[in-house]
Design a binder for this molecule. Sequence first.
Ligand SMILES: O=C(CO)[C@H](O)[C@H](O)COP(=O)(O)O
Ligand SMILES: [Co+2]
Length: 216
Amino acid sequence: MIKIAPSLLAADILNLARDVKMLEESGAHWLHIDVMDGMFVPNITFGPQYVSALRKITNLVLDVHLMVEKPERYIEDFCKAGADYVTVHCEATPHLDRTLQLIKFHGKKTGVALNPATDVRSIKYVLDKLDMVLLMSVNPGFGGQQFIESTYDKLNELKDLIGERKIEIQVDGGVNDEIGTKLVACGATVLVAGSYILNHTNPKKAIDLLKNISKN
Ligand SMILES: O=C(CO)[C@H](O)[C@H](O)COP(=O)(O)O
Ligand SMILES: [Co+2]
């Protein structure tokens, strides 16, 4: 089954609890939390406090996407705050293997994110430590950007690299139902969608359309 992970970057920060409840009632599986530090990416967003506040109001999977330089500095904080998945960018640390071990040490699921220009082979030697790979289909830093078409080829390469291993394949950036259909056909198992779901006139309908992809 395809997992749908709305990005809270597109939620109304002053009505966060309302939006989370609406996403739960609309059948979202995960909540995707975009953490940006103003260094790895130009934008600044949320910290561990945001995750602990969410943890108090929802049982949905909290999927934390760290767009942060040297993420190893913050793994413990985000794990203790209640993250379920912690995803770090392979471009953001010289110590990817150690950082993944740290996430596992705290009992959480590991993810590695790849920017659009990063070769999938850069994660070849950490595959045995991964629960998820996140392919960025926009350049990280902002919601509402246009999907990058080369992501489809990259997905095919990633699937070959992963082989029979049980690793979730998440795609993040510019996803809607039409693009999602092609992504799932190429092997994506988790779809992140921010603007498409939260700016939709009927977010439940947007989630339903994404959820129904697997049945097509
Ligand atoms: O990681 C991200 C940006 O760096 C966001 O998760 C992503 O952009 C989702 O937003 P949208 O669906 O609006 O593109
Ligand atoms: Co993201």
